[in-house]
Design a protein around this ligand. Structure first.
Ligand code: UD1
Ligand code: CA
Length: 462
């Protein structure tokens, strides 16, 4: 039997107080809807239907960023008017194969747990409809699972329609359910909107089937936190922290040392070798790989980088799209913009900005420099305040520096320029393509100093 997934994403998300449709709000820098789609994809469904409505064009635009193996099976259905979750599923139904099983997920459930939905879909063999429930510490806002004397599900009642008695029930409806296309075709049209919100509730399907003498199965999830529906910013913040704590715990279990798992953020994937230490308040984005014995200081932001064994990244370093080889020492306060390769034992110190540059083995730039579009050899010393002047206002040019070069402090290398092996550049020198040099020569610019005797400094006007 083939499985199709319907993900509801048409709602406005009024309680978010935002121009952005609710399901595009992000958890770990990824739209909530994408989290749900990626989880659904792991069930190997034949199709994933996204029901869109409010600001559908923004959601369709966002869907273009899905990886192609997923987008191949994604189909968009338009809900014309937002008449409720029952109507939303009905709007996807014409595209669903008559013989398929159907899993309904909500786009505002970013942490939808894969193991629960796997177990839920397996239950469908016995009964026509299975819903996923959980016990909530505070069930406010959720649909309640109402059971009969024998303990079987009788109906699902929404908060706004619930009596005092029903509101006391702590078993809530996660919104997630599995059924068949046949059941939906037959029973969805029976859902009415005679309730306090005037909506066609998908949840009414349960009561309708029970009245038809069918059994509706309830699978109880053991983790309510993962089933949090995000309707508001506090719930979004809760989902974010829950997600981050799951990721932090996975890393701890693998042997990574996190100074504080509550002050750790991963917005992508992080692979770590052995004996990695990560101090507080770091953010990892995209795909990051850390080798053995790598240490990351407090407050670093690291995006799409590979950092090899025994490298130490000191606090407040920002780096992106760069490859750091072994035994580097970077930071504190270093900035690596995209496109760098730092070979073994490179040192990049505080307030050094490096962009699209390659630094050879053992090369050091300790303080306050800009290295852009540079190819720098081995064992080069870049003095404080060195600037590669790579931009003439219109175009960018390359700086090439040979091995064993010493660049004195406060020098300007006006690109395009090439510094030969072993050259020493004295402090305060401006080097251009016209500068004469041989290997191992000394280059210096010295303006004449002027002496004025008995100089009187300006004083403040009264
Ligand atoms: C829904 C359930 C409730 C459950 C809770 C779990 C119903 C009637 N209620 O309530 O039992 O406890 O989720 O989080 O289903 N949507 C559409 N079209 C619509 C209305 C909503 O696509 O016309 C989408 C929304 O974008 C959202 C999802 O359906 O992704 C759920 O809608 P929402 O309004 O958040 O329902 P809840 O009140 O949270
Ligand atoms: Ca919701």
């Amino acid at each position: 039997m083939s499985l199709e997934v319907v993900i509801l994403a048409a709602g406005k998300g009024k309680r978010m107080n935002s121009q952005l449709p609710k399901v595009l709000h992000k958890v770990a820098n990824k739209p909530m809807l994408f989290h749900v789609i990626e989880t659904a994809f792991q069930l190997s469904p034949s199709a994933i239907h996204i029901v869109v409505g409010h600001k559908s064009e923004l959601i369709e635009e966002a869907l273009k960023d899905l990886p192609c193996d997923i987008s191949r099976i994604v189909q968009v259905s338009h809900q014309k008017e937002l008449l409720g979750t029952g109507d939303a599923v009905a709007s996807a139904l014409p595209k669903i194969n008559e013989e398929s099983d159907v899993l309904v997920l909500y786009g505002d459930n970013p942490l939808t747990p894969l193991d629960d939905i796997q177990r839920l879909t397996a239950l469908l063999e016995d009964n026509p409809l299975c819903v996923l429930s959980a016990y909530a510490r505070d069930p406010f806002g959720y649909g309640r699972i109402v059971r009969n004397e024998e303990g079987f599900l009788k109906e699902i009642v929404e908060e706004k329609d619930a009596s005092e008695q029903i509101r006391k029930i702590k078993e809530i409806n996660s919104g997630i359910m599995v059924t068949t296309a046949k059941v939906l075709r037959k029973y969805l049209p029976m859902i009415k909107n005679d309730n306090n919100q005037g909506e066609y509730y998908l949840t009414d399907l349960a009561g309708i089937l029970v009245k038809e003498n069918k059994i509706v199965d309830v699978l109880q999830s053991s983790n309510f936190d993962l089933l949090t529906g995000v309707n508001s910013k506090p719930q979004l913040a809760f989902a974010e922290r829950t997600y981050q704590s799951i990721q932090a715990n996975k890393l701890l279990a693998q042997g990574v040392t996190l100074a504080d798992p509550n002050r750790f953020d991963l917005r992508g994937s992080l692979k770590c070798g052995q004996d990695v230490f990560i101090d507080i308040n770091c953010i990892f984005e995209g795909n990051v790989t850390l080798g053995n014995n790598v240490q990351i200081g407090a407050g670093c932001v690291i995006k799409n980088c590979t950092i090899d064994d025994d490298s130490i990244i000191s606090p407040y370093t920002i780096m992106e799209d760069s490859t750091i080889c072994k035994k580097n020492t970077i930071g504190p306060f270093a900035r690596l913009r995209p496109g760098n390769v730092l070979n073994d034992e490179v040192h990049v110190g505080n307030f050094v900005e490096v962009k699209k540059s390659t630094l050879g083995v053992g090369t050091k730039s300790g303080h306050l420099s800009y290295l852009g579009d540079a190819v720098i050899g081995k064992n080069v010393n870049i003095g404080a305040g060195t600037i590669t002047c790579n931009y003439d206002g219109a175009n960018k040019f390359k700086t090439v520096i040979g091995d064993d070069v010493f660049v004195g402090s406060d020098s300007q290398l006006v690109a395009p320029v090439e510094i030969k092996n072993g050259v020493t550049i004295a402090a305060g020198t401006t080097v251009t393509k016209h500068t004469q040099m041989d290997e191992n020569s000394l280059i210096l610019t010295r303006a004449q100093s002027v002496k004025i005797d008995s100089y009187v400094r300006p004083t403040k006007k009264k």
